[in-house]
Each structure stands twice: as structure tokens, then as C-alpha cells.
Design a protein around this ligand. Structure first.
Ligand code: OXD
Length: 308
């Protein structure tokens, strides 16, 4: 029985070291050194080379090496194969750090102060307590909940929106499309942590921006496909939105001629908010794989119908 790992060489080396020590019974293969294709029961990949999965007669589980699975072509994954998202402490901590960094930068007007400094201006903006601001998170999965928990420690008022109902202590939660505008109406800072599906594509668009209080800011750490870029620029230029912090764009990398690069109220980072960390991801994946071997249900399985 073997596991095929598909990624870059430095990551592969870290994963291989872990498996050699913690699971010597599993043959750890690194693409393209597959060994006998019939031996492969597990694949770990961001994107498997086209046609590969169908050529593995005994494949049982495809583990995504990232939290999102919108890049997976489900039509190329044989129907009996389960797909599992990567949910591991390294990804969660990275996202909590990035969301906290962004919310505090907006809350404490850091981006304005960087601009004041660049123009040599000694200017102050009234300092508000965290309790005067409401932060709303769209998408209340593991990442969204971890972000809310950390932000709560600063004293922000918290809201969350999710397709299905969730109860989270200290957070005013909303469920389903019919509550979206009520949720948005109270958010000074909005964080998008939704999965990208046909229902959420373009959700950060004109209607949503106008449902936010005037001057609200948006942080997108979901996917570039959630955002209507033209609507964002229009809302920023009209003053409807204060600022946008974007870690993801569509396409990636962002083309050099995109107006987002130079917009004075857009802050961009190149999809680095959070990354799978081999030290924490490999043990987590092995634990899940062992569950599968024992015939127990896998954790973090993707519902193909829903797409997340
Ligand atoms: C992920 C990502 O899905 O890095 O893990 O975006």
C-alpha cells in the first residue's frame, strides 16, 4: 500500500521525513516516482496531473493539500474516491494571524497612517475602542470560527453569516440568503471566508457593498472568484466602501494592468494569508488516514454535491 505525494521538492522532503519515521508501513512516493500504480491507495495533492487519478485502480482517498477544494476537478475523481480538505493547525493559525492583522490595521487606521507618513503629514484620527466596531465573518467553518474567537479577545462586536445555522458563543449569527442583508447592515469590517461555489461566486458585488454601512471595509481571504472587481472599485471610489484588503484575486497572479494594484484604498497580498505547514499537516493527515484504515469515518470529507 502506498501514498503518492504531489508537490514541490522541499515540501515533499519534509513530508517524506515525517512518514519515514511515523509510518514506516506506508510506502511514501513522491510524484513522478509513482512505483506500481496499483499500490497507490492515497494521494495528497493540490492538483493531480490530468488523467492520473483515473489510472489508479485502488485509489481510496484524495487528500487536498489546501483548505479549499474549488480547484479540484471532481469529474476527474473516480466516484468511489473520497475527497478530504486540509484542516490543520498551521492553516488555521495562519488565517487567524492574517485576519487579526487586517482587522487591527483597519481598526487602528494603520493604512491611513502609512499614507500620512509617505506625505510627511502629522495627522491624527480619533481612536475608537474595539467595542465600537462590529466585525462580520462570512463562512463559519473551522477557519471562520477560529478567527471570530481570536477577534473576540480584543473586544470587537462580532457577527457571523453562514449558509446553514451555527451557534457560536459571543457571536450574533445569521443563516441563509434571506438574512444576508440584515447581517451586512451591522458590519463595519467584513471578512469573506466562504468556500467558492456556484452560489458564492461574485458574492462580493454591488448589492453586497451597498448593504454594508457606508465606509465599511472588506477583507477577502476566500477566493478571488468571490469578488466582482469592477463593483469593488466603483464602491471604493463612491465612498461606499472605506478600504479593501485582498489576499486573493482572480486570476492569480493579478495581471500587471489591473487597477487594483494602484488603487489607494486597496491593499494586496499574493495569496499568503495561510499555508499548509508540513510539521502540523502531516501528522494530522496520517491520523485521518489511520482512521480510514481502521474503517472509521474520515474527518473533513468534502461533500461533492455542495463543493466544500
Ligand atoms: C488553501 C489556500 O485552500 O491556500 O489552503 O488557499
Amino acid at each position: 500500500m502506498s501514498l503518492l505525494y504531489i508537490s514541490d521538492a522541499p515540501r515533499a522532503a519534509a513530508w517524506a521525513r515525517f512518514f519515514a519515521e511515523a509510518a514506516p508501513d506506508i510506502a511514501f512516493r513522491v510524484w513522478p516516482e509513482t512505483g506500481d500504480l496499483a499500490d497507490i491507495e492515497y494521494v495528497v495533492a493540490w492538483q493531480a496531473p490530468s488523467g492520473l487519478l483515473a489510472s489508479l485502480p485502488n485509489l481510496k482517498v484524495l487528500f487536498s493539500s489546501g483548505a479549499g477544494v474549488d480547484h479540484v476537478d471532481f469529474s476527474a475523481v473516480p466516484s468511489g474516491v473520497q475527497v478530504v480538505r486540509m484542516v490543520e493547525p498551521g492553516i488555521i493559525n495562519g488565517m487567524v494571524e492574517y485576519a487579526t492583522l487586517s482587522v487591527l490595521a483597519l481598526h487602528r487606521d494603520l493604512l491611513d497612517y502609512l499614507a500620512f507618513q509617505a506625505s510627511g503629514a502629522w495627522r491624527t484620527i480619533e481612536v475608537l475602542p474595539a467595542s465600537a466596531r462590529t466585525v462580520g465573518v462570512m463562512g463559519l467553518g473551522v477557519l471562520g470560527q477560529a478567527v471570530l474567537e481570536r477577534l473576540g479577545a480584543f473586544g470587537f462586536r462580532l457577527r457571523g453569516w453562514n449558509r446553514s445555522a451555527r451557534r457560536i458563543e459571543g457571536v450574533e449569527t445569521f443563516a441563509g440568503d434571506e438574512t444576508l442583508h440584515r447581517f451586512l447592515a451591522g458590519c463595519d469590517i467584513l471578512i469573506c471566508l466562504l468556500p467558492l461555489t456556484s452560489q458564492t461566486r461574485g458574492i462580493l458585488g454591488r448589492g453586497l457593498f451597498h448593504a454594508l454601512p457606508r465606509g465599511a471595509s472588506v477583507i477577502n481571504v476566500g477566493r478571488g472568484g468571490h469578488l466582482d472587481q469592477a463593483a469593488l472599485i466603483e464602491a471604493l471610489d463612491a465612498g461606499q466602501l472605506g478600504r479593501a484588503i485582498l489576499d486573493v484575486t482572480d486570476p492569480e497572479p493579478l495581471p500587471a494592468d489591473s487597477p487594483l494594484w494602484r488603487h489607494p484604498r486597496v491593499t494586496l497580498t499574493p495569496h499568503i494569508a495561510s499555508m499548509t505547514q508540513p510539521e502540523t499537516a502531516a501528522p494530522r493527515l496520517l491520523e485521518n488516514l489511520r482512521r480510514h484504515q481502521r474503517g472509521e469515518p474520515l474527518r473533513d470529507v468534502v461533500d461533492r454535491q455542495r463543493g466544500y
